[in-house]
Structure formats: C-alpha cells, structure tokens
Design a protein around this ligand. Sequence first.
Ligand code: G3P
Ligand code: CA
Length: 250
Amino acid sequence: MSKKITNIAHRGASSYAPENTKAAFDLAIEMGVKHIELDVHSSKDNHLVVIHDDTLDRTTNGQGNVKDFTLKELQSLDAGSWFSEKYSNENICTLEEIISKYAESTHLHIEIKGRTLNLAQKTCTLIRSLEATDMVTITSFWKDSLVETKNFAPEMKTGWLVPMGPGSKWDNEIVEISKKYEFDQICPRAELVTKTLVSNLHREGFEVRCHGVFTEDLMRSVVSSGADGMTINFPDKLNAYLNQKGIEVD
Ligand code: G3P
Ligand code: CA
C-alpha cells in the first residue's frame, strides 16, 4: 500500500478549535493539512454562510434557525466561546471570505448542508465568480443537491456522502445512482468500508473518501481499506500515522 491518502480537516481541525471557524481552518493549515471540509447554509438575506447545524444553538450564542437571520445578525454572534473562552472572537464566516482566504493554498470540500432553495446553484455561482472551481469539491448527503450541482455546473467535482447510518448494509443502488448523475466520489461512513467495497468502487471509476472517522482505530482501518481519503477531526494524528507508515499524504 503506497498510494497517497487525502487528509481532510473535518470542519477544520475541529478536535482542537471551534468547528467551521477561521481558527479551526488556520490550525489545520498549521498542521500541514492541504484539504479542509466545511458546511454551507443560506442566511435569510441570501448570503452563504459556513456553519454545520440548521440552528445556531449548539455552536453560537444565538438561538433559532440560521436561515431566519440576516448576515449582519449572524456575524454579530460569538461562534467560539461554546468551545473555549479563548475563541470568543470567532464568528460565522461567509463562504466568500473562506474561499477567498483559503482556496489558493487549500482544497475546500464544501458540503451543501442547508435545504434552502437553489443553495447548490448559489454555491456554484459564487465558486465560479471567485474562479475557484479547481480548488473545490462539492459534497452532500442530499442527492438532489448534487444533481442540482451537476445540472447547473457540470465542471464541479462532486462527492456523495452516502446516507447510510450505523449498522446499515451496503446498497449497490448508491453506485448506480452515482453513475447516472456522474458523481466523482462516493463517500461512505468509515464503519462501512472494507477492502472489497473500496476495490469495487474503484473498479466502477469512483474515488472513495470516508467520513465519520471518530476514533484512531477507524482512521487506521480506513487507511488499510485502500480508500483515497477521509475527513477527520484530528488531522495531525492522521498525518503522524501516515508518516510513520511511509504513506504519502495529499
Ligand atoms: O465528510 C463529511 C462529513 O462532514 C459529513 O458529516 O455531519 O460532519 O457534516 P457532518
Ligand atoms: Ca460536513
């Protein structure tokens, strides 16, 4: 096993800094990581913002649905203190500022998380306007968001976050649907991947990029499965493991 593995900081280096903030993205870069994952929603006034949950409650000092607040209101919130007081200056970023700041040096795995109208199209329009197409991959659990992406912007690289929960058995319909819509990556939960599954997906022409890597054991099992990469909250540990094994890191 000597191929490259893509180490993607999940919501930034989110084990160590508040997820989806510049602090978490900067820390990932300090760790030598070249790929960052983040989540996108729309504000009430149609700005694209970087936050994971539909609501503000868990990761900010606000309450309610992200989509019910204007950008100005969202930007006034503290998006860091929930994690640690030392991050009290972190706020909710726009996707535009994150692409502008990071996409020259870092590949961004942009997850369409929100369910507001035309969110995928708006995201693609922004990416095009910033000439960042080659530096992003659009992902989603929502198949319709990826189909919207491919219909509107076929040049965008796409990865389907396989919507199969813990304990599920692999369903090959995922492959058929991914072929039909020409998705580039299939992204299963880490617990689902085996060497056989990965080699089957490779044979079908897909990259395999895992998510849900919650422990170092899962991290090691994804590496040994032959998958191409993973999102991970502790990308420093993946870098160290890959270095120790002599595996090249992307
Ligand atoms: O790598 C994809 C991963 O981010 C999906 O899960 O819940 O963290 O958005 P979630
Ligand atoms: Ca995500």
